[in-house]
Write a protein that binds this ligand. Structure first.
Ligand SMILES: NC(=O)c1ccc[n+]([C@@H]2O[C@H](COP(=O)([O-])OP(=O)(O)OC[C@H]3O[C@@H](n4cnc5c(N)ncnc54)[C@H](O)[C@@H]3O)[C@@H](O)[C@H]2O)c1
Length: 303
């Protein structure tokens, strides 16, 4: 049985636009009840109206994923309306270019809270509920190909997406170690997808004074953001990504690298992934015996 099927309840963060919105549409197409959430009130209302116009039962909840209280309230509102949650999609996030030594502590805090700690809040708020339900559930994190790579100007994005990937792998391993087999985990690492990702000003806290022009005074940052913006035109459609993500979750896949489907980039991705001890790779010697014990459920742990 899969959690991403008819009758299930999906909660999606950052669902007012882009990938989150496409995931909401895909969830509805698969017969799920959907809770869409975002920090932008007007955009969220508009998105919910469009989804409801398709005849769906949709709940819209205004929530800032950087706030643990907001995430807990999001869970409670979803439960109040639908009585259960089968799918959590940690999707909200943002990209801002910047050099490692020029990125302010305040900007770093914002992106760490948004791209990484939000995933931790989501796991903490929703997974105990899913364990208690005991039915088929799933957690999806939308990380990024930047979760396994670093580029110039990626001083906040790459570290936070690496962390989003790692905490999702940790969730997978902890569920396996605890013998909880009702909750699936999928981490998505897209390359470029045609969305509004290159417009972080729409969600950045006013106090940060995010200023594209000032940022672009640096040629490296300007170049990286310009390259990414022009790549958006020919990039994967969010609807295509959403379909692949749901297929991967349905098939119980832990990793999905939707833009890495030619031979050369597949080899690159494998080479990078093989350098790490992850959800599916062999364990480093130091962890060997502990992990073997955890995963061989027949043998009781000793010592
Ligand atoms: N578009 C790409 O090329 C690409 C590639 C790899 C990964 N991603 C990841 O995909 C996810 C979705 O991004 P997207 O491309 O759809 O961009 P987007 O800007 O269209 O969507 C992001 C959504 O998140 C919401 N959001 C931002 N801050 C929030 C907050 N504090 N609380 C709640 N919601 C908030 C925004 O309002 C927006 O609706 C992000 O995590 C992004 O890092 C995107």
């Amino acid at each position: 049985m899969s959690a991403v099927r008819e009758g299930g309840v999906a909660v999606i963060t950052g669902a007012a636009s882009g990938i989150g919105y496409a995931l909401a549409e895909e969830a509805l197409r698969r017969g799920m009840n959907v809770v869409v959430s975002d920090i932008r009130e007007d955009a969220l209302a508009e998105a919910a109206a469009r989804l409801t116009g398709q005849g769906a039962d949709v709940l819209a909840v205004l929530a800032d994923v950087t706030s643990e209280e907001n995430i807990v309230a999001l869970r409670d509102k979803a439960l109040e309306r639908f009585g259960k949650v089968n799918l959590l999609v940690n999707n909200a996030g943002a990209f801002v270019g910047g050099l490692a030594w020029e990125t302010s502590a305040a900007q770093m805090d914002w992106i760490v809270d948004l791209n990484f700690k939000s995933v931790a809040h989501g796991i903490r708020a929703f997974v105990p509920q899913m364990i208690g339900q005991g039915d088929e559930c799933h957690v999806i994190t939308v990380a990024s190909a930047a979760g396994i790579s670093v580029y110039p100007g990626y001083a906040t994005y790459s570290p936070t997406k690496h962390a989003a990937l790692a905490i999702t792998e940790a969730l997978y391993l902890d569920l396996a170690g605890e013998g909880i087999d009702t909750i699936g985990v999928t981490v998505v690492m897209p390359g470029m997808v045609r969305t509004d990702i290159m417009n972080p000003e729409k969600v950045s806290p006013a106090a940060l004074g995010l200023d594209r022009e000032a940022r672009h005074a640096n040629a490296t940052v300007r170049g990286v953001e310009a390259t990414m913006t022009s790549a958006l035109d020919g990039a994967m459609a969010p609807e295509e990504l959403a379909r692949r993500v749901f297929d991967a979750a349905d098939a119980g896949e832990l990793y999905i690298l939707p833009n890495h489907d030619n031979e050369r980039s597949t080899a690159l991705v494998q080479a990078i992934a093989n350098g790490r001890a992850t959800g599916t790779n062999p364990w480093p010697t130091i962890m060997g015996s502990t992990v073997t014990r955890m995963f061989s459920k027949k043998e009781p742990a000793q010592g």
